[in-house]
Design a protein around this ligand. Structure first.
Ligand SMILES: [Zn+2]
Length: 421
């Protein structure tokens, strides 16, 4: 069954990725942060029993602060867990621990419950100085599929790569015997037969490869590998369907054929795919630059402009630099109604908020300023993007174009569906 990733899925995935990024930055004072993964088929009471054991083990920790923090974290995680009669269908992940907020002694117990977007089938409990996010990060990875063909004159293997998962779909052998037989007349005849057989073999592989690839949902590209010249003959000949030919991303040399060759291709695929993604990012930004340069009225950039167009629902593609972050605050005076907008990094806004109580209203002079509204800049954009099925693309700063987006366009740009007035 073919499934396609809808645009709102890509927003959901982006949000999921962001929460993982935030969690990955959290660090404990010592080895006192708990990560608990509960797969869908695990009984909650069993997990609770394990946690009680862990709490018992933790009573041996020498440092008093660490011991108390770990035991408290286990207790809080258990409390969260008790809210569930059974794990949700995709499992349950709970993180908890004392996180220093502002230097030593400022630890605060933080707890996070996550229901993974796809089943997580691992059970584990860890106590470390950081949260263990790897199983979730694997889910956040791109879900597009890639086709792999490793071929030489003797054998060929077709595989698919989805996320980190490799599936060997089919193997072929050419059935062609070794090169040297007899001399003279029969040698030429033998050579002709060999050529015919090789061509038949390529055709056979091509037909099956085509049949397999057209059934792969979200096929993003194809990588062809092999130790000899066969890979080029195959990629350049008439064996691949036209559409599949346009999807060939790379032709790579491998030392081996068969499954070992596929492994080699997979090892190098991360690099290849990264290159493909950078190419896409360049094109996305260039599309925006084209609209801007040709004054089509369909280019928008800078937070305020793009936000306005998002609210109107006319953004086709939203380009967010991976460096964009921060919050917007609306501050209002309770006495006279004076309003003030604030925008800064989360850290700056936290400092701004804590200074508010002792700040006087510039209009009436009273100390009655209070936060009226507080939004995360990216969340706000994503909410609007989701409502109007806007394509959202996060752009790295690995390309010249990505750095332009960061440095010259206020970290956010958009291509509009039609010219804005
Ligand atoms: Zn006032």
């Amino acid at each position: 069954m073919a499934t396609t990733i809808s645009k709102s899925d890509s927003v959901a995935r982006f949000k999921f990725k962001r929460s993982l990024d935030e969690l990955s930055r959290k660090e404990g004072r010592g080895t006192e942060l708990i990560s608990l993964y509960v797969p869908p088929d695990r009984k909650i009471h069993e997990v609770l029993a394990n946690l009680r054991e862990e709490a018992g083990t933790a009573s041996n920790i020498k440092s008093r602060t660490t011991r108390q923090n770990v035991q408290e974290a286990i207790e809080k995680v258990s409390q969260k867990l008790r809210l569930w009669k059974e794990p949700p269908p995709t499992g349950l992940v709970i993180f908890g621990g004392a996180i220093p907020q502002n230097g030593p002694g400022s630890e605060r117990m933080e707890l996070y419950t996550l229901v993974p977007p796809e089943p997580v089938d691992v059970y584990f409990y860890r106590c470390d100085s950081r949260f263990h996010l790897e199983p979730l990060q694997a889910l956040a990875a791109e879900k597009e599929s890639f086709g792999i063909l490793v071929i030489d004159g003797q054998e060929a293997v077709v595989a698919t790569l989805k996320g980190r998962r490799v599936d060997i779909v089919q193997s072929f052998t050419s059935g062609i015997a070794g090169k040297h037989r007899t001399g003279g007349q029969s040698a030429r005849r033998f050579e002709r037969i060999r050529e015919q057989m090789t061509n038949d073999y390529y055709k056979r592989v091509g037909q099956h490869f085509n049949d397999i690839m057209v059934q792969v949902p979200d096929l993003k590209g194809i990588i062809i590998g092999g130790p000899g010249p066969s890979k080029y003959v195959f990629a350049e000949g008439e064996f691949l369907q036209y559409v599949l030919k346009t999807k060939v991303l790379s032709i790579v040399d491998t030392s081996y054929t068969s499954e070992a060759g596929v492994e080699e291709v997979v090892e190098r695929s991360a690099e290849i795919l990264k290159g493909v993604r950078y190419q896409e990012e360049k094109q996305l930004v260039q599309k925006f630059l084209y609209e801007l340069g040709h004054e089509t009225g369909k280019a928008s950039f800078g937070e305020a402009n793009v936000q306005r167009h998002l609210e109107k629902g006319i953004v086709d593609t939203l380009l967010i630099s991976e460096t964009l972050e921060g919050e917007r605050l609306l501050v209002k005076c309770k006495s006279c109604g004076y309003e003030e907008q604030g925008r800064g990094t989360r850290f700056e806004m936290d400092a701004f908020k804590s200074g508010l109580a002792s700040k006087s209203c510039p209009r009436c002079g009273k100390q009655t300023l209070a936060v009226e509204k507080e939004v995360d800049v990216i969340d706000d954009m994503l909410d609007y993007a989701e409502k109007s099925a806007t394509q959202v693309e996060v752009i790295s700063v690995e390309t010249e174009e990505g750095r332009m987006l960061r440095d010259s366009f206020g970290r956010v740009a958009a291509v509009l569906r039609y010219p804005a007035k």
